[in-house]
Design a protein around this ligand. Structure first.
Ligand SMILES: *Cc1c(COP(=O)(O)O)cnc(C)c1O
Length: 383
């Protein structure tokens, strides 16, 4: 039986053609397509600067480095996210501190953020869970009051809007991070980007992407040098993305509005089909939000039934998932920071009850009907 996955890329003949063009050209890495893709991301989101890198994780890492996150710094993020949202702080020697999530959106709760602020707090990494933007205005006001940096983890949220403003515009943040992994809004295979309106941060990002090296004569520590000369001024990484990946990204970005539209249609279908099931809670979208709907999650009111429902859906060929195991409960985090069950009750309760259903552009109406039929059948027989 072929499993219907929870997410899948959508690649058409145009995408393939654009990649092949670059493969036949002189530059397969760091050629013109990288800059073009960065400019297209700026145009789409409204941000001034973009730096494309090899993954969303790399983007989070250089975002932290660019604002100098280091040992002794605390950074507040959500426990309901992919581990990379917190790991990027660890990479810099800092301490990730979690703040519990809201019951309705599963996004980080501004009230909980406030409770976690100490003298060591340097930044906040809000994660736009499932593509639904966080309470950015509230978080922005907290950051202003306590002089904190905001790095939006928008890996789920390319194409989303907050109060009419595109995520990625950095209107309420210092930087926004995207991922172009195949399950995300658009793909470059692996890939990611950091967007910012701050020129100083932008220049740092460029340096950290490429080993900490600069070739800008205005930035050299010495004068009157040969044209071969470059300087390594920071400890950076090779987080470069290739030109053919950016060609794919450019071609994909042209389709983003259609992609988001299709995702929203699928969500409407799920909502309509599942709204009368009393045993589950459906995800919400606040009135001033346009979600990019990265994932569609249902919550079982009775958590003791989750596992059986999950396994039965899998046995039916439906590639359900759980997003996410709370980061603070991962053995590595428990060991180092002594986190334990009960530390973040809203996040933990969400985790105990959630199941992610398939959601991707190429999902057919036949598959959707099968999934909703099975969900209803399995949940009703559990009564
Ligand atoms: C996908 C994802 C990342 C990491 O992106 P990669 O491109 O896979 O490295 C980080 N944060 C969140 C919330 C993600 O979903």
């Amino acid at each position: 039986m072929k499993i219907i996955p929870y997410g899948h890329q959508f690649i058409d003949a145009k995408d393939v053609k654009e990649v092949i063009k670059v493969l036949k050209s002189d530059w397969i890495t760091q050629g013109p397509k990288v800059k073009e893709f960065e400019e297209a991301l700026c145009k789409y989101t409204g941000a001034k600067y973009a730096v494309a890198v090899s993954s969303g994780t790399a983007a989070l890492h250089i975002a932290c480095l660019a604002v100098g996150i280091s040992s002794d710094d605390e950074v507040i993020t959500s426990p309901i996210s992919f581990v990379a949202s917190a790991n990027c702080v660890l990479y810099c020697g800092g301490k990730p501190v979690f703040a519990d999530v809201q019951e309705d959106t599963v996004n980080i709760d501004p009230i909980e953020i406030k409770k976690k602020i100490t003298k060591k707090t340097k930044a906040i990494i809000p994660v736009h869970f499932a593509g639904h933007p966080c309470d950015l205005e509230e978080i922005y006001n907290i950051a202003k009051k306590y002089n904190l940096i905001i790095i939006e983890d928008a890996c789920h949220a390319l194409g989303a809007e907050y109060k009419g403003v595109k995520i990625g515009s950095c209107e309420y943040s210092d930087m926004t991070v995207f991922s172009f992994h195949p399950v995300k809004s658009i793909t470059t295979g692996e890939g990611g980007a950091v967007l910012t309106n701050n020129k100083e941060i932008y220049e740092k990002l460029l340096i950290f992407r490429n080993h900490g090296i600069t070739r800008d004569i205005n930035k050299f520590t010495v004068k009157n040098v040969g044209s071969w000369y470059y300087e390594m001024q920071e400890l950076g990484f090779n987080y470069r993305i290739t030109d053919f990946q950016c060609a794919l990204g450019l071609s994909q970005l042209k389709k983003i509005d259609k992609f988001i539209e299709r995702r929203r249609e699928i969500v409407e279908f799920y909502n309509e089909q599942l709204k009368d099931l009393e045993e589950i809670i459906l995800p919400i979208e606040k009135p001033y939000i346009k979600s990019s709907w990265h994932i569609y999650y249902i919550r079982l009111k009775d958590s003791t039934k989750r596992r059986a429902v999950f396994e039965k859906l899998r046995e039916s060929g439906i590639g359900v998932q759980v997003h996410y195991i709370p980061i603070h409960l991962q053995p590595y985090y428990r060991k180092i920071f002594k986190y334990k069950k009960g530390d973040y009750p809203v996040a933990e309760n969400y985790y105990e009850t959630t199941i992610t259903l398939p959601l991707f552009v190429g999902l057919t109406i036949k598959q959707l009907k099968y999934i909703t039929y099975k969900v209803k059948e399995i949940i009703n027989e559990k009564k």
